[in-house]
Design a binder for this molecule. Sequence first.
Ligand code: GLU
Length: 467
Amino acid sequence: MTITTRFAPSPTGYLHVGGARTALFSWLYARKYGGQFILRIEDTDLERSTQESVNAILEGMAWLGLDYDLGPFYQTHHFDRYKEIIQQLIAQGDAYYCYCSKDELEQLRTEQMANKEKPRYNGKCRDANIVELDREPVIRFKNPVDGVVTIPDLVKGDIVVANKELDDLIIARGDGTPTYNLTVVVDDMDMKVTHVIRGDDHINNTPRQMNILNALGANLPKYAHLPMILGADGARLSKRHGAVSVMQFRDEGYLPEALLNYLVRLGWSHGDQEIFSLDEIVEYFELADVNVSASTFNMEKLLWLNHHYIMNAEPEHVARHLSWHMGQLGLDLATGPALVDVVKIQRERSKTLVEMAAASVYFYKEFESYDEKAVKKNFTAGTEHVLSSLHERLIAVTDWNAESIHDVIVNLAESMTLNMGKVAQPLRVAVCGCAVSPAIDITVELLGQEKTLARLERAISYIKTLN
Ligand code: GLU
């Protein structure tokens, strides 16, 4: 039997981290067991589904590197098949037309609530065999009345639900369109899904779906319901807790492997190991190790992981992601050093790629103004002389590298009986516009001789305006 899992998002918004975690766990399970992972877009709610949202899901999956073996399938392409199954259920006596009006159902609901009963359909049309042609009927599934359904849940253990708790579910609306529980069942059956891994907000649907599968004589998949993700305040994770869309994490400067590593640990553990390569995750992952209770999203930890990956991933890989951020800032990378060299000198001080990009602008573009504090502290009487002497010496350097630049700084400081910082700091402000940068000799090397000299000239003229 080929293990087959699926991720089945409804395209009614962006790809949320909760959805991404569901996708990741489904993907992992298929990868671990050499199975198949399917992407299925559940777009039957025509009013709420948008192409923009489909694109956001595909973009998020691609950015995370969650590749699928089959799909994307679109449920709107399967309407004929759903109709066929609905007719089959009617023909075999497992579904029926229900003519109860909205008003009748509303009244029933009000009565049940007043009697402190759980609101549910009373089965009025179940055995009535009404054929009333002037009103569009819905179609309901004839749920078994006796017995129990046992969900073999791989995370939560067996969950037992009595059939008398379940009423007859609508499987087709008045206009003939199928409802969620029917479409999921048909596709899971047709796609031979062996493991349904999804959020535990679907637990209530599962016994109903199992009953329909049974009526169709289909094999039942195994289920794994994943606990919710909460914000730091204990409420369900939402926009007001900060970034929740996968692409927003990209925009805020996270590497996909940091988010994946974070998401896998959110509700799953392997001893107390925190950092996993993808291969390790695939090797160690087991649904049985998924936590039963909800997990809390911790931005600090994600940031820590991001810094780890920025520091330890191949610089070429980080540079590929950084180049997107540099593009967002409108920088032309052809006008400065190789980005991979920038990554190597910036990564220690950058927790996100947004920080790294912002701190690297001066390599590719003239900064607009000097940082005021840096100027106050470092452009003082005598600085003009230091910078012109530096200019004189740097212009003469024929082998432009960190070592020769370092020598120029040290020698100048000695000859002027200044400590090194009195030379290096004004130089830094002159070339970067601010008082913070990686080691000055490497920064200046990467910036290049021509730009360095031009910026020294600019600083010298600027200092003149201060007096
Ligand atoms: N389309 C459903 C959702 O986005 C998921 C259905 C399922 O996984 O069974 O919540």
